[in-house]
Write a protein that binds this ligand. Structure first.
Ligand SMILES: C[S@@+](CC[C@H](N)C(=O)[O-])C[C@H]1O[C@@H](n2cnc3c(N)ncnc32)[C@H](O)[C@@H]1O
Length: 256
């Protein structure tokens, strides 16, 4: 295996913190179906910031690009190996692929605009970006417990309008519903399972928690634990435990 990079390609060090990613971050099949529909009839697809391969379609020719060795190492064997490169410098000619995708990754890039322009450049068809609407994150109940984590996240995500503006062309923004048993363990995936946030490995698979001041994290987790045991969380949010899906901050931006 090639040496790890001198420094992470994004704002999160997966060499230090990424080893258990796939334990908690499996692609959700219902979200995958929405992503795959957005790719249309593309036969060749580039997946940038591919990580362990979540949301890569199995019925098309996929080239994955992933700068972290720790993440490449977690790709399951039924997927092709990923190329070590970054979004900002894709080693492909213009219009090389029928479609491009980037899933829950753009908020980490060192130069989002450059990366988005690269995706646009190498795709002759749709560009599909799975990301979060930073403003909508304020509506998630976690903001009452760990507002510092929400603030960390909000500072990282480019606005949906910004992403759309850089990509250009005809834009469709899909509000992606989050299923109650979502298998991709980003924060809102646990909207109906608040106890999950008491588990360190759940939080470790969400970069926002790792990038936030540990004292603030400890305070938030303690407050949540307290309100779960007192019943206060359920008084206020318990209806979510049986709500089949929730439209939160997840957005699929498709530029055609
Ligand atoms: C939250 S993970 C998402 C991985 C995968 N797409 C998924 O949905 O599970 C973010 C990924 O973006 C990658 N990344 C960070 N900076 C990058 C950059 N500048 N170019 C390409 N990928 C980058 C990280 O190495 C990491 O694998």
């Amino acid at each position: 295996m090639a040496d790890a990079r001198q420094a992470p390609a994004g704002d999160f060090d997966y060499e230090a913190h990424g080893a258990g990613y796939i334990n908690r971050r499996q692609p959700d099949p219902r979200i995958a179906a929405i992503v795959h529909a957005a790719l249309g009839d593309a036969r060749t697809v580039i997946n940038v910031g591919a990580g362990a391969g979540s949301y890569e379609p199995l019925d098309r020719y996929v080239v994955a690009v992933e700068p972290s060795a720790a993440m490449r190492a977690q790709r399951p064997h039924h997927l092709a190996p990923a190329l070590d490169a970054t979004a900002e410098h894709l080693p492909f000619d213009d219009n090389s692929f029928d479609a491009a995708m980037a899933m829950i990754t753009i908020h980490q890039w060192s130069d989002v605009d450059a990366g988005l322009r690269e995706l646009r450049r190498v795709s002759r068809g749709p560009v599909a970006i799975l990301t979060f609407d930073a403003d909508a994150l304020l509506d998630f109940w976690m903001n009452e417990y760990a507002p510092e984590v929400t603030a960390t996240e909000r500072a990282r995500f480019p606005t949906i309008d910004h992403v759309a503006g850089v990509l250009g062309g005809e834009i469709e923004t899909i509000k992606v519903p989050i299923p109650i048993d979502c298998t991709d363990g980003f924060g809102e995936a646990y909207y109906a399972r608040p106890e999950a946030f008491l588990e360190a490995d759940v939080r470790a698979a969400q970069s926002g928690w790792v990038l936030t001041d540990p004292d603030a994290v400890a305070r938030g987790v303690a407050k949540l634990a307290d309100e779960l045991s007192s019943g206060r969380w359920d008084e206020r949010h318990g209806y979510l435990r049986s709500q089949p899906e929730r439209v939160g901050a997840v957005r699929l931006v498709v530029a055609r």
